[in-house]
Design a protein around this ligand. Structure first.
Ligand SMILES: [Zn+2]
Length: 132
């Protein structure tokens, strides 16, 4: 294998492999998906890449494609549990912009970052309701 062919192989495997899940997660859906949907997308990407690499005559790429699949699954599914909590607390369409994906929200009074389930701010001691 020449350096160029290794480079092309890397771009094909990782660039192409991560593109669809990254676009889905951060551009189109802008949220994590369930394990089932993540698995479906990952499987689809894996299958397409596997098929292309078969056509290209590179059959020794299973390991790299497997790694891409694992990373893709993480990209798509990570933070889904927190997403479900937000959804159940705020409803699907009313997720506040100041609520980040790690399960925190900002106190409406002093903007202090508190846990998503917090009812009293630990900085200003004001009550925090779910209807920020
Ligand atoms: Zn506060």
């Amino acid at each position: 294998m020449t350096f160029l062919s290794i480079l092309i192989s890397l771009i094909f495997t990782w660039g192409l492999g991560l593109a669809l899940p990254l676009l889905l997660r951060y551009k189109f859906l802008k949220r994590p998906v369930s394990k089932g949907i993540a698995f479906l997308v990952v499987f689809l990407v894996y299958f397409v890449q596997f098929f292309i690499s078969l056509l290209a005559g590179n059959e020794g790429r299973h390991t790299a494609l497997g790694l891409v699949a694992i990373v893709n699954f993480g990209i798509l599914n990570k933070g889904y549990a927190e997403y479900l909590i937000k959804k159940s607390v705020y409803g699907k369409e009313e997720i506040p912009k100041d609520l980040d994906l790690e399960g925190h929200k900002n106190c409406p009074n002093c903007q202090n970052e508190v846990h998503i389930n917090a009812t009293i701010c630990n900085k200003c001691n004001k009550e925090i309701t779910a209807s920020i």
